[in-house]
Design a protein around this ligand. Sequence first.
Ligand code: KG4
Ligand code: ZN
Length: 338
Amino acid sequence: MKVIGIETSCDETGVAIYDSDKGLIADLLYSQIQLHKEFGGVVPEIASRDHIRKTIPMIHEALAKANCSAKNIDGIAYTAGPGLIGALLVGSSIAKSLALAWGVPALGIHHMEGHLLAANLSSKPPSHPFVALLVSGGHTQLMRCENYGNYEMLGESVDDAAGEAFDKVAKMLGLGYPGGPEIAKAARKGDHNRFTFPRPMTNKPGLNFSFSGLKTFVLNTINDLDHLDQQDIADVACAFEDAVVDTIRIKCERAMEQTGLDSLVIAGGVSANQHLRKILGTMTNRSGYKLYYPETNLCTDNGAMIAYAGYQRLVAGQTETLEIKVRPRWPLNELETM
Ligand code: KG4
Ligand code: ZN
């Protein structure tokens, strides 16, 4: 079975083909970052227009790369939410039009379920049940995953997502966008002992997160420094990364104890962070838990995770009408179980 996946929820156009026998047979990604750079963030209208320009040529290219034609495709998966409404509508309209033209089903996929299932495409896939930590630019959530589509929310951020905090702190430090990889790079040259930033909400019970107070703490530290030199930037980046990673580690450890499960899956853009992987690796090793994550290139937005999630849902018999429907806001625990 071959499923084509289309991701257009934000500022990346992703098109991939998943083959149930061979795995990923095409995986194309185009980033709009250069287009949005001068505005300091993603401009929704520019994002939608660029998805219109890129998606269909990338579908042609993916078919050519996979050495197949439309006749070989058994299903289409597209990101139906959460995300920018205009951007989502581009992927949804193209997917439903192709479904009609090709006579195959098209299914709307939850972007965060896509991120979560990206771990199944790695050489060491997890098996249910497990605890999932979803950390992206828009979400920070701990979920209990009983099975495909059966997700119970354990805790989430009450304000900024972890990735959003990385992006905002990078901006304060004059680093580029997206901020996560820039902070991680700067932090490598930083001194872990110069600053200590708070680990928000770790003294209270519960599994919710909050990163906006930490962000303000970082801003005050930067303001006190007056003029930032390269070492200051590295030291602040390092202390910030330590604080976010340690906070996440404390909450993950708590979620493992609370659920009694022994597997932890991390996914989403921030799960590409090497320091996070190392600290969670140490924690899970020490406690006898198993840790799983997607390949680094599949942590951030891509079409492969959407193709794979679509494959799982099509195999489970899920269907959808040809109506063009998206959900810019879509809680993960409202998904259909498989
Ligand atoms: O999952 P993703 O590509 O898009 C969303 O669904 O939001 O995540 C993007 C986020 C950005 O905030 C970016 O700064 C962050 O993931 N990110 C990282 C790293 N790579 C990407 N954060 C920390 N360390 C990284 N290496
Ligand atoms: Zn994402």
